[in-house]
Each structure stands twice: as structure tokens, then as C-alpha cells.
Design a protein around this ligand. Structure first.
Ligand SMILES: [Zn+2]
Length: 111
């Protein structure tokens, strides 16, 4: 069990940082035994890159939704509306995937 720094984001995302200390089971210099233990946890001030991406995509979806709404009221942009709705759908799929990965990472013990 070798010791590593640990970075933790307020949203629950985390990752291993620098290698800090070898344990007694590992005798090869510069090698690690493969089991990681937390040496020190560093709290990150902002949300993780994953969350940032999700937020950006959600912002785009919200904008497209209001565009579609407006175009519907104007009543003459069917092709554009269809195209935009398809984009909204695709973005929502991406958001769901990002969330899935985020939840998995939050509850994972080792990576
Ligand atoms: Zn996050």
C-alpha cells in the first residue's frame, strides 16, 4: 500500500495525485505496490471539468429550447425547428453520458 496525494472536487469527482511514500511491502525504488492509499487530500475550489462541460451543454440546450419555442410562435421555420430538436436530443444524450461517468467516479474506490 503506497501513499498518494488525492484531489477532491466539491461535486464528488476525484483523482489520484502525486506519489508520496512507499510502503514497507514495496522494495523496488520508484515502484509502487499497486494499492493506493491517501497521503493527503487536496480540496479543489471549483467544480470538475466534467461538471463544467455538463453545465455548458445544459446552457446550450436551454437556449435552443427557447429558440424552438420562439420559432413555433412565429410559425414558419419547420426545418430549423426539426434540426434544432435533433441537436437538443443529441446534447441530452451526451449530458446523460457525462452524468453517468461522473456518478461512477464518485462511488469508485480505485482508478
Ligand atoms: Zn463534477
Amino acid at each position: 500500500m503506497c501513499y498518494f496525494d488525492h484531489q477532491l472536487w466539491p461535486c464528488g469527482w476525484w483523482k489520484w495525485g502525486n506519489f508520496r511514500e512507499q510502503c514497507t511491502r514495496e522494495y523496488r525504488t520508484g515502484e509502487t505496490c499497486g494499492l493506493k492509499l491517501v497521503f493527503n487530500t487536496y480540496l479543489e475550489p471549483e467544480v470538475c471539468r466534467h461538471c463544467e462541460q455538463i453545465k455548458k451543454k445544459q446552457g446550450r440546450v436551454a437556449k435552443m429550447h427557447s429558440d424552438v419555442h420562439r420559432w413555433r410562435a412565429e410559425g414558419n421555420r419547420r426545418a430549423t425547428i426539426e434540426k434544432t430538436e435533433k441537436e437538443i436530443y443529441e446534447l441530452n444524450v451526451q449530458i446523460a453520458e457525462l452524468w453517468g461517468e461522473h456518478e461512477v467516479r464518485k462511488h469508485a474506490i480505485n482508478y
